[in-house]
Write a protein of this length. Structure first.
Length: 1041
């Protein structure tokens, strides 16, 4: 339409040539002025100015007067209403189409007639709009705002409204470059115009269409230069947020001018952002990398949307390899848990690479470490580094109890008492994708590439099971990097391999030979047959539960089972989310706030103790005494062995052994063998040791290592420790019994001193009163005038009906008090005998008169814990521990002494199911007894099996010195363990029908000889009287049938 007007005026002036010049000039100026008014009224002030610019040369001398007229019209109250019709054009764009409320309201506010404000209004409106709505906003803006038409003709034209001189106001709208501004505009008098033009000219370097193909991004870019806000963080953030993906070249160009010092890091880190797993993560990452200055700031922002740093997550792996880590603090470790695994490396090359990878130089050595030390093929060809690999795998993917909820790998569901590393939807989907890839005719396993026939028609079910096993990762007896059995590999490849495409140098035997055999006594592989059919288990939802799987807590918290007695069960969650610290910048292992952790120092033979502070950061690290080794060989640490009938280990150049009295033929012949340590007599005259443990008599206390001055006669729980308490005059003494690992008197106080002053501290050491009500500390309980029943949480599923004797030889006021002290009950009444030990005659006369509680479930064949009289259905760990390590912890950390209660509670925190719990005490033979037992009123067979599996898991973690345990300062003294579990019966498989079916299956599946891990049986070993006993388990070994 404007073009039509311009053509009309050209025709008009050409036909008016007969008029005198003065008349012509006067008439044409008047007509032209009227015509400008029409244009301004209908199309806006900017269109009128463009018309002046394209007018005939006859009108040029009076153009400045026309601009003055236009300025007066613009300022006139009457005409201003007509000029606002320019913004009414947004009716054509229909703001109501915009769904987002904030964006729609911002669109409706785009009504400024001043071009100085229009760009700013648009930039402000963009901040209120999600990305998918910005195009609709732009549709409205570019129609309704004249500034965008000015920018299209010449970017400097938007600066014209900044002029104050009439001559410059006339010259600027018709200019096409900075040179066209003169002589109407003067650099000094119109300095603001020239500065603006300079900025808008330089904006073309970044805001041009080739770098900003999205018009809205182009407008945001130009606004930065127009408003001179190139260094404004908010404006840059809006640009990055909406344009970092659509117009990344433009954004980088702007940042190069705004943040030239950071451009190298920006370009370096941008590819990492593209590896984010969600669009929200990618956008946040781009914004952080482009705008934030320090690495700490970048990491903190990216964590919020992309999760905790981990080398297993692509975006973080990329950052770590480029060296993006937080500034060093008191803890300058990338992953303290995996750094502990480096001690397991047997080659100096892998040990050095491991130390570099998980200390503070992650990106420099990670590729070489993974290639040389962690690949599955490397493990099979050179199994020397298998302990290192399994340690790291245990940290990344710990074995957890049970599997359910899979949609593809359905045969792995309903397996509540088996261990898996990765039973989740991610692994389920990965198995499905893997099987789909295999259907193309090539099987890409970690250690081989195998051409095969169409697997849809050749053992498809077995291929599916293999794909699922590789992803869901069942745990087994002696874990190895690859779990498929050699026999299964040979069976399926002989049937399905494509021999035509197989290289001549390869055959089935060569391909499968690196895999472990199911005939291996260490159970180092898993038979596929087990998972080729559905699980026989059908459990109720409450028989076994896993409150912390999947994790219901925030990523910054740790999930613990809630074992507290609840006043209102319907309102109580079965889990507790506690704030936690990661044991390293990118470590997946977390410890609760307030915990002390043990981490390696740069010298791998030394460690340090650190604290998880109130800000959920590891700090206040103090060095621990270094491990001494005369052979200077770390590989010989924690090597357990049998010496005659005693279980021994070597730690820090010291031999630590149990103190069993080994039987000799002449001893039995002359009846001089008592079966007790140091061949002590079985008389019961109890003494209380300085460590809080009650010994049946003086001889056994001396044999344990106590001196005469370190014990007194009587049962520890019957002696009042407050008689000799060292409390102040303004304090009250309260007995607090505990059994410590240390023999140092100051290291194991049996009381606490409470202030008499009003007010209570905020410490949490729970107590239960005589009315079964729990308080967070004893001070609060006293404030309510209540009486103490016992220390610890109020217990459920127990009786308060009289005194009981615990398996630890201590007397308690009730079942509940015993359970609160993490002790299982032996019999009713006070403790009155030595009990039977592992090497004693099972017909010990001292236990004949005891009435033992019934065993539940009835199908369980129970065990009798050391020094106990009554059997229980529980799994047992006999653990060697180091008292020197317990003493070292006290020297450097402001903690209470390490006690059996502390250890049991910490292990309890690591349990998977609340139906089982951990109990612990010191045996008379110099080791620690840890029991994992059902804690429901009527335990089921499945619950017993779950407890046994948890015991096996703890046994493996202790034996391998896993960082999962050893990172906790409380568990640091645990060195080696022996395992004993009750026999688990499966009645369905003991019938003749089941046995017949099994024999038929064996004949039908001759290629699957050997392992059936679906059934756990046991063999009870005899007394350990031979020095050649090599087994790590005392009376039970889980065997495969």
């Amino acid at each position: 339409m404007i073009v039509f007007y311009r053509l009309s005026f050209s025709s008009f002036f050409s036909s008016s040539s007969s008029f005198s010049s003065s008349s012509s000039s006067s008439l044409s100026s008047s007509v032209f002025s009227l015509f400008l008014l029409v244009i301004a009224t209908n199309h806006g002030y900017s269109s009128a100015r463009e018309t002046i610019h394209h007018s005939s040369s006859a009108l040029r001398p009076t153009s400045h007067m026309m601009f003055d007229s236009l300025n007066r019209w613009r300022d006139n109250d009457i005409l201003s209403k007509e000029f606002r019709r320019e913004s009414d054009f947004r009716g054509h764009c229909r703001c109501e189409r915009i769904q987002h409320t904030g964006c729609r309201e911002a669109c409706e506010q785009l009504k400024s007639t001043n071009e100085i404000n229009q760009l700013q209004e648009f930039a402000s409106a963009v901040k209120h709009c999600p990305d998918e709505q910005i195009f609709n906003l732009w549709e409205c803006a570019h129609v309704s705002m004249s500034v965008f038409r000015s920018l299209q003709s010449w970017p400097g034209r938007v600066c014209c409204d900044k002029s104050f001189q009439a001559s410059c106001s006339a010259a600027c709208p018709i200019a096409h470059s900075k040179a066209d501004l003169r002589p109407g505009c003067h650099p000094e008098k119109d300095e603001e115009v020239f500065n603006c033009v300079n900025r808008m000219t330089s904006s073309q370097q970044c805001c041009s269409a080739d770098k900003a193909p999205i018009p809205s991004c182009q407008a945001l870019c130009q606004n930065l230069y127009f408003t001179n806000t190139l260094n404004n963080h908010d404006q840059l953030q809006a640009l990055v947020q909406h344009c970092s993906i659509k117009s990344q070249a433009m954004v980088l160009c702007v940042l190069a001018q705004a943040k030239p010092a950071h451009l190298r890091n920006i370009n370096q880190y941008l590819p990492c952002c593209e590896k984010g797993e969600s669009q929200e993560c990618i956008n946040t990452c781009l914004s952080a990398v482009m705008l934030l200055n320090t690495d700490n700031e970048k990491i903190d922002v990216v964590i919020k949307k992309c999760g905790e740093p981990s080398p297993m997550v692509p975006i973080w792996k990329c950052f770590l390899q480029l060296g993006l880590t937080k500034n060093k603090t008191s803890l300058s470790i990338i992953d303290g848990a995996k750094l502990q695994c480096c001690r397991k490396a047997l080659s100096s090359k892998c040990r050095d690479l491991c130390k570099k990878t998980f200390s503070s130089l992650w990106g420099d050595s990670s590729k070489a470490f993974h290639a040389n030390c962690l690949t599955p093929m490397q493990s099979l060809l050179d199994p020397m580094e298998t302990p290192l690999q399994m340690c790291i795998k245990q940290v990344d993917e710990p074995c957890t109890l049970g599997c359910d909820g899979l949609n593809f790998c359905t045969n792995f569901n309903n397996r509540p008492v088996e261990m898996f590393r990765s039973c989740n939807s991610k692994a389920d989907n990965a198995a499905k994708r893997e099987l789909h890839h295999w259907q193309r005719g090539v099987i890409n396993l970690p250690q081989m590439r195998i051409p095969v026939k169409d697997i849809k028609t050749c053992e498809y079910g077995m291929w599916k099971t293999i794909a699922c096993a590789l992803q869901v990762k069942p745990c087994h007896g002696q874990p190895t990097p690859l779990s498929i059995c050699r026999e299964d590999c040979e069976y399926i490849l002989r049937k399905c391999i494509n021999y035509k495409q197989l290289p001549r140098a390869k055959n089935v035997s060569i391909l499968c030979n690196p895999l472990p055999s199911r005939m291996d006594s260490h159970q180092s592989c898993i038979s596929i047959r087990k998972y080729s059919r559905s699980s026989p288990h059908r459990t109720t939802s409450q028989e076994l539960t896993k409150p912390c799987y999947p994790n219901p807590c925030n990523k910054s918290d740790i999930c613990l089972i809630n074992r507290r007695k609840c006043k209102h069960p319907e309102n109580c969650k079965p889990y507790i989310c506690k704030p936690a610290c990661s044991v390293g910048e990118v470590s997946l292992l977390k410890v609760p706030r307030g915990s002390y952790v043990r981490l390696p120092s740069k010298n791998m033979s030394c460690s340090k103790v650190c604290h998880c502070n109130h800000k959920n950061k590891i700090d206040h690290c103090q060095p621990l005494p270094c491990i001494t080794n005369n052979n200077n060989n770390l590989k010989m640490q924690n090597i357990a062995y049998m010496s005659h009938c005693n279980f021994c280990t070597c730690y820090s150049s010291k031999t630590i052994c149990t103190k069993r009295q080994c039987v000799k033929p002449k001893d039995k012949l002359h009846r001089t063998y008592t079966g007790l340590p140091c061949n002590c007599q079985s008389h019961y005259f109890p003494v209380c040791g300085i460590n809080g443990r009650t010994y049946p008599n003086r001889c056994l206390a001396l044999c344990a290592g106590l001196k005469e001055i370190q014990f007194r006669f009587g049962n520890c729980t019957a002696i009042n420790p407050c008689k000799n308490a060292n409390c102040g005059s303004d304090e009250t003494c309260v007995p607090h019994h505990q059994v410590c690992l240390s023999f140092q008197e100051r290291s194991c106080p049996q009381y606490v001193c409470l202030s008499k002053k009003p007010g209570c501290s905020h410490n949490h050491e729970h107590v239960c009163d005589t009315l079964d009500e729990e308080f967070s500390n004893i001070c609060l309980m006293n404030g309510h005038n209540k009486s103490l029943a016992y220390w610890g949480h109020c217990q459920e599923n127990c009786e308060n009906d009289g005194v009981v004797c615990g398996h630890n030889g201590e007397t308690y006021t009730s079942d509940c008090e015993a359970f609160a002290h993490k002790t299982t009950v032996d019999y009713k009444g006070s403790c009155r005998n030595v009990g039977q030990l592992s090497l004693q005659d099972q017909q010990n006369s001292h236990c004949f008169k005891m009435t033992c509680p019934p065993i539940h479930p009835r199908s369980c064949k129970p065990i009798t814990p050391p020094a106990g009289c009554c059997p229980i259905c529980a799994a047992e760990l006999r653990v060697l521990y180091s008292t020197s390590l317990a003493d070292d912890a006290l020297k450097v950390a402001d903690i209470r002494p390490i006690s059996t209660l502390n250890i049991a509670e910490k292990l309890s925190d690591l349990m998977t199911v609340p139906q089982c719990d951990v109990f612990a005490y010191l045996s008379l033979e110099g080791d620690m007894v840890i029991l994992i037992a059902p804690v429901t009123k009527h335990p089921t067979e499945l619950q017993v099996a779950a407890c046994n599996q948890e015991a096996r898991r703890f046994h493996h973690l202790i034996e391998t010195s896993s960082p999962t345990l050893m990172s906790h300062l409380t568990l640091m003294p645990l060195l080696n363990a022996l395992l004993r579990t009750p026999v688990e019966y499966n009645r369905q498989e003991t019938t003749e029908k089941s046995r017949t079916k099994k024999r038929q299956d064996d004949r039908r599946n001759s290629n699957f000889k050997g392992v059936n891990l679906g059934r756990l049986t046991s063999k009870v070993q005899g007394e350990l009287t031979s020095s050649r006993v090599a087994s790590r388990e005392l009376t039970l070994v889980a065997t495969a049938e």
